[in-house]
Design a protein around this ligand. Structure first.
Ligand code: DQA
Length: 149
């Protein structure tokens, strides 16, 4: 029987505001819509998804550190923590779980402080700049990496 991959989707700080937050940068799509489309794609690809959003770094670290035995991969938009958080990098490395980093916007076209990620060199891959498609492409890449496709 084909293995069902269990994927934890993490949305970092301020992503609960999608839809109204800087629409010229992030578009009008809401987090609920992104999660819905991810769930639908996950079903098609034979993956089981749990989605999680938090504005609190510590909550995200706790979620990651409690998860390694119950998940196969992590899809993460670390939002602002991308550019600031050694602790998030450490938590992901400590978990030993393969992860893909995604961003709605093309961070490399934006302010210079967004050009550096504390996670990208440890990620399976990074998808940036495609709006909600970044998540969907990232999920496909992660599942392919995990060996499902
Ligand atoms: C973001 C890019 C980050 O620089 C920013 O802090 C975010 C969202 C994106 O999805 O484009 O909050 O991760």
């Amino acid at each position: 029987m084909k293995k069902v991959f269990r994927v934890l989707v993490i949305h970092g700080p301020n992503l609960h505001l999608l839809g109204t937050r800087e629409p010229e940068v992030y578009g009008r799509v809401t987090l609920a819509e992104i999660n819905q489309e991810l769930q639908a794609l996950g079903k098609k690809l034979g993956a089981q998804l749990e989605t999680f959003q938090s504005n609190h770094e510590g909550e995200i670290l706790d979620k990651i550190s409690h998860s390694p035995d119950s998940i196969d991969g992590i899809l993460i938009n670390p939002a602002g923590l991308t550019h600031t958080s050694v602790a998030l990098r450490d938590a992901l490395l400590a978990s030993g779980v393969a992860f893909v980093e995604v961003h709605l916007s093309n961070v490399y076209k934006r302010e210079e402080f967004r050009h550096h990620s504390y996670l990208s060199d440890a990620a399976v891959g990074q998808v940036v700049g495609f709006g909600k498609q970044s998540y969907l492409l990232g999920l496909q890449g992660l599942i392919q990496h995990l060996g499902a496709l």
